[in-house]
Design a protein around this ligand. Structure first.
Ligand SMILES: Cc1cc2nc3c(=O)[nH]c(=O)nc-3n(C[C@H](O)[C@H](O)[C@H](O)COP(=O)(O)OP(=O)(O)OC[C@H]3O[C@@H](n4cnc5c(N)ncnc54)[C@H](O)[C@@H]3O)c2cc1C
Length: 466
C-alpha cells in the first residue's frame, strides 16, 4: 500500500520559513518519506522577509559572506554560490548587499525542491494566516486564512520573524500623520520622502544605519535619536573569517548579571591588550549566550533588558565597515546627527507636509518625515499581531520567559497554556527569544531549521502510521 503523504504548513516565507521548508524537503528525501509543504506568506517574494527584501545595494549584510551559508554542515555554500554568480573566486570576508542574500535563499529552496521531485512537494501560497490551533484530533492542526478558508495539516511551523516595530513611543500627533513612516522595511516605504526636507529617525540601531544611508543627501539633515544614543560599533576592517578564537575560554561561570558583565569587559580588555582588538572576545561568546541568558535570574534578565541590553547589542550586532565609513562621513559633514533623546510630543504643520517634534533634550525640530527605526519591541502580550493574539487567546501558546516570544520546548514546539493539550505546532527564530535569546540571525536559524525538520518529519510519520 502506498505511504500516506504528510502535510506540513510553514507560516512565514522569510529566511526562517524558507530554510525550514528546504530542510523538510531534504529530510523527506533522506528518509524516503512522502511530504507536502505549504509555505504561506502574504509577501509575493520568497526568502526575503524583512531583512533581505531591500533593493538598495548600500544595505549590506552585517556578517561577512563566509559566515552566512544557509547550510550548517557546509559553511562554504554561500561563498561558492557567489563565486559561481561572479564567475571568479569570491572573498569570504566581503559584506554583500542583503538583496543578493535573498536571491541566494530562493536558490537554496529551489535546489531542495528539485532534489525532492517525486517524493516531496512545495506549494507557495500568498496569504496571511490569522489563527493556528489544535483540532478534535490531537495529532492535527487547523490554520485559518485571512480570506476565511482553513487548512488542516499534520504539523505547522510559525516562522513569523520580526513582528511589527515597537510603537509605544509614537505620540498622538504623529500616529495618523502622512509624515510618519511606521515600518521602513515595508517595500517602497522610503520612496515618497521628499528630497529637500529634514528627517527624524527614532531608534539608532542597525535599521537606523541603513535608513540613514538611504536618506542622507546634500541639503538635508537626518536627525537620529534614541534613549541612549548608542550606534552599533563597526566590524574590524579586515576581520579574518574563520580565524580561531585567540584564547577560547569557558563561559563566564557567574550567574549574576553584574559579575557576568565585568567578566565580558575583562575578556574584551584582555583581547585588546594582547591582540589589538576586543571583538573576538564578544564573538567567542556567541555559542554560549543562550546558556548565559538561561542562567540569569528573572530579576537579572529584567535588569539586562532595562539597561545592559543596548551596550551588548551595539557590540554584538556590528556594522559592515563600508556602512560605518558612510555613517562617519555623514556625521562629519553634519548631514546626520545622533543624540540621546526621547520623543515627547509631535504637532503637524499647517500644510500637512511637515511635523514639529519636541524632544526630551529640549530641542524642537521640524521635519518632513519621522521614521520608526526602533525594531520589534515589547512583550508578546502587547503585540497586536492577529496570529500571535489568537495563539495566546486559544491557549495554544503562552509567552516565553520575561514575556518575550512564545514559550517552547527544547525542540521548539509551542508550550500550551496550563491544562490545554499541545498542538503539533513548532517555531524558530525570533519567537524563541525568551527561551534562547541568541536566536534571531542566520547562524542560529539555519541550525534550528535542520533540527526542526528532523523532529517534525519523525513526528508526523509516526502519527500517520498509528
Ligand atoms: C535590518 C536588518 C538586517 C539584518 N542583517 C542580518 C545579517 O546581515 N545577517 C544575519 O544573520 N541576520 C541579519 N538580520 C537578522 C534577520 O532578522 C534574520 O537573519 C532573518 O531575516 C530572520 O528571518 P525570519 O524569517 O525569522 O523573519 P522575517 O524576515 O521577519 O520574515 C518573517 C516572514 O513571516 C511573514 N509572516 C508574519 N506573520 C505571518 C502570518 N500571520 N501569515 C503569513 N506570513 C506571516 C512575514 O510576512 C515575513 O515575510 C537582520 C535583521 C534586520 C532587521
Amino acid at each position: 500500500m502506498a505511504e500516506e503523504t504528510a502535510r506540513v504548513v510553514v507560516v512565514g516565507a522569510g529566511a526562517a520559513g524558507t530554510l525550514v521548508s528546504a530542510r523538510l524537503l531534504d529530510s523527506a528525501v533522506r528518509a524516503g518519506r512522502r511530504i507536502s509543504v505549504d509555505l504561506i506568506d502574504p509577501a509575493r517574494c520568497t526568502g526575503r522577509g524583512l531583512a533581505y527584501a531591500t533593493a538598495d545595494p548600500r544595505h549590506l549584510l552585517n556578517v561577512p559572506a563566509g559566515r552566512m551559508s544557509a547550510l550548517p554542515a557546509d559553511g562554504d555554500d554561500f561563498v561558492r554560490w557567489l563565486s559561481r554568480r561572479a564567475g571568479r573566486p569570491f572573498d569570504p570576508g566581503a559584506y554583500v548587499p542583503r538583496g543578493i542574500y535573498g536571491s541566494y535563499l530562493v536558490d537554496v529552496l529551489r535546489r531542495s525542491v528539485d532534489a525532492a521531485e517525486g517524493i516531496a512537494t512545495l506549494h507557495r501560497r500568498c496569504t496571511r494566516v490569522v489563527a493556528v490551533g489544535g483540532t478534535a484530533d490531537a495529532d492535527r492542526v487547523r490554520l485559518r486564512l485571512r480570506e476565511g478558508g482553513t487548512l488542516d495539516a499534520d504539523a505547522a511551523v510559525c516562522a513569523l520573524g520580526n513582528l511589527a516595530p515597537g510603537r509605544g513611543w509614537v505620540p498622538e500627533g504623529l500616529w495618523r500623520s502622512p509624515c510618519f513612516v511606521d515600518d521602513p522595511w515595508h517595500p517602497g516605504a522610503l520612496d515618497g520622502i521628499a528630497g529637500d526636507r529634514d528627517v527624524l529617525l527614532v531608534g539608532t540601531g542597525l535599521t537606523m544605519c541603513d535608513v540613514a544611508r538611504t536618506l542622507c543627501a546634500p541639503g538635508r539633515t537626518v536627525h537620529a535619536v534614541s534613549r541612549q544614543g548608542l550606534v552599533p560599533l563597526p566590524h574590524a576592517v579586515a576581520a579574518p573569517v574563520g580565524a580561531p578564537a585567540v584564547a577560547p575560554g569557558p563561559v563566564p561561570a557567574h550567574g549574576d548579571l553584574a559579575q557576568m558583565r565585568r567578566e565580558v569587559l575583562r575578556r574584551a580588555a584582555q583581547y585588546r591588550r594582547q591582540h589589538g582588538d576586543w571583538r573576538p572576545a564578544i564573538d567567542e561568546l556567541r555559542p554560549h549566550v543562550t546558556e548565559m541568558w538561561q542562567r540569569l535570574s528573572s530579576a537579572d534578565r529584567e535588569r539586562f533588558l532595562a539597561g545592559t541590553l543596548r551596550e551588548w547589542e551595539v557590540s554584538r550586532h556590528r556594522l559592515a565597515p563600508a556602512t560605518d565609513r558612510a555613517l562617519t562621513e555623514s556625521l562629519r559633514s553634519e548631514r546626520l546627527t545622533v543624540r540621546a533623546a526621547e520623543v515627547i510630543a509631535a504637532r503637524a504643520g499647517e500644510n500637512g507636509r511637515s511635523v514639529t517634534v519636541n524632544l526630551s533634550d529640549g530641542r524642537s525640530i521640524t521635519v518632513g518625515t519621522v521614521v520608526n527605526c526602533v525594531g520589534t519591541e515589547g512583550r508578546t502580550r502587547e503585540l497586536a499581531d492577529p496570529l500571535v493574539r489568537s495563539l495566546l487567546d486559544s491557549g495554544t501558546a503562552v509567552p516565553g520567559p520575561q514575556g518575550l516570544g512564545l514559550d517552547t520546548t527544547a525542540e521548539g514546539r509551542l508550550v500550551p497554556a496550563a491544562g490545554r493539550p499541545a498542538a503539533p505546532v513548532w517555531t524558530l527564530g525570533q519567537l524563541r527569544r525568551g527561551n534562547l535569546w541568541e536566536t534571531t540571525a542566520v547562524p542560529e536559524i539555519r541550525v534550528q531549521a535542520v533540527e526542526l525538520a528532523d523532529v517534525i518529519l519523525d513526528r508526523v510519520h509516526a502519527s500517520l502510521s498509528v
